[in-house]
Design a protein around this ligand. Sequence first.
Ligand code: ADP
Length: 397
Amino acid sequence: MKILVINCGSSSLKYQLIDMTTEQALASGLVERIGIEGSRIKHEKEGMDKVVIESPMKDHKIALNFVLDALKDEKHGVIKDINEIEAVGHRVVHAGEKYSESVLINDEVLKALKECIELAPLHNPANIMGIEAMQELLPNAPMVAVFDTAFHQTMPKSEYIYAIDYKYYENYSVRRYGMHGTSHRYVSQRAAEMLNVDLKDVKMITCHLGNGSSIAAIDHGKVIATSMGFTPLEGLAMGTRCGDIDPAIITYLMKKENLTVEQMDKVMNKESGVLGISGISSDFRDIENAAAEGNERAALALKIFDDRVKKYIGAYTALLGGVDVILFTAGVGENSAANRENIMRGLEYLGVDFDKEANNVRGKEAFISKRSSKVKVLVVPTNEELMIAKDTMALSK
Ligand code: ADP
C-alpha cells in the first residue's frame, strides 16, 4: 500500500510517499513560496539527487498538482498512475477538544476543523486548504487527519486548566492543548520497542528538542503533562520562542516600548529564545560554535535552554512518581551530544547512569545510559510522517 503524507503550511507544503510494506519513503519533497513570486518544488526520489522545479503556483491545489506530477514523472517519479496512491494522510495542527485520535475525513470532520481555526489561525486554514485540494485531485482516495494535539488529550483537567478565571476556559476554550503529539507518540512507541517492554509498564519523559521544543510526561502510554500550552509558545526556551516567562513582562514591555499586540507577539515568537539571548542565531549549531569560541551570551543561551529542559524533567519525574525512560528526539535532541550531556548532568540522584561515550551519536537510535542504569536514556529519531501513514493505513482499510 502506498500512502501520501501531506503537511501544509500557509505558503509551503511538505510531502512524502511511503510504501507501507517496507515503511520506507519512496519520494519526498517540499513546495515553497505558494501564492508568492518564486514558487518552487524540491523533489527527491530516494537514492537520487534532488530536483528543483520552478513555476508559478498560485494556490495549494496547483502546488499539489505539481507534487502529483513529480511523483509520476518518468525520470524522478515513483508511480505510473496517481491511483496507485491508495490513501492520503494529512497533518493537522489543532483539533481542539474534539478529537483525541486520528480520524477518517468526512464533511463533519472538515466542519469541526473549521471551527478550530480560531485556536490555530496560522496553521489550520492551510491544513484545510490541503485537504480540500487533495479531495478534488484524488476524489476516490480515503483521507485521514492526524492531529498534533490529539496525543495530549489524555492529560487530566488539573494539568490543562490554567490558573486564570475559569470563565475563559468556558467562553473561549483557553486551556493547555500541547503540540508535537504525533512525534511524542511515535518516539514513545519506538522506545518501548527498542527496550522490548510494553508502553503500559513504563513511565517515560520524551524530550522533543528542535527549533520548536516540547517535553511530555507519559504514564503507562498516556500523556499526563506536556510543556506546550494553549499555543506552541509555552514551556521550553526555543530557537526564537521565549517559552515560560513571567506574564507580567508582556504588559510591562508593551507599555515601555509602546508595542502593539502584533509587535509583542513577534517579540515572543520570533525574537526570543536562544536567538534573543545570544543575539547570534536561532540555530543551535551556530550557538554551540560561538560558545566554543568564548562568546558568553551564546554559552548563556545554551545553559538556559539545557537547564529549562532539566527543570521540566525534574517536575515531570515528580508528577509521574518516578521515571523509567528519558528520551531525546528532533533536530537538537537527535544531533547534539553536548546538549544531551549538559541536560543529563547531575541527574544521578534520579537513577541516571549516563554513558558519555555512547552519547557520541548523531541522528540514529541509541541507548546513551549505561547498561546498569536504573533510568534508561535513549536517542530516538522522530518520524511523524511514518506515524501519520500508519494511522492513515489503519483507518482507510
Ligand atoms: P523544527 O522541526 O522545530 O523546525 P528540527 O527538529 O528540524 O526543528 O530542529 C532543527 C534544529 O536542530 C536546527 O535549528 C539546529 O539548531 C538543530 N540541530 C541540527 N543539527 C544539529 C547539531 N549537529 N548540533 C546541534 N544542533 C543541531
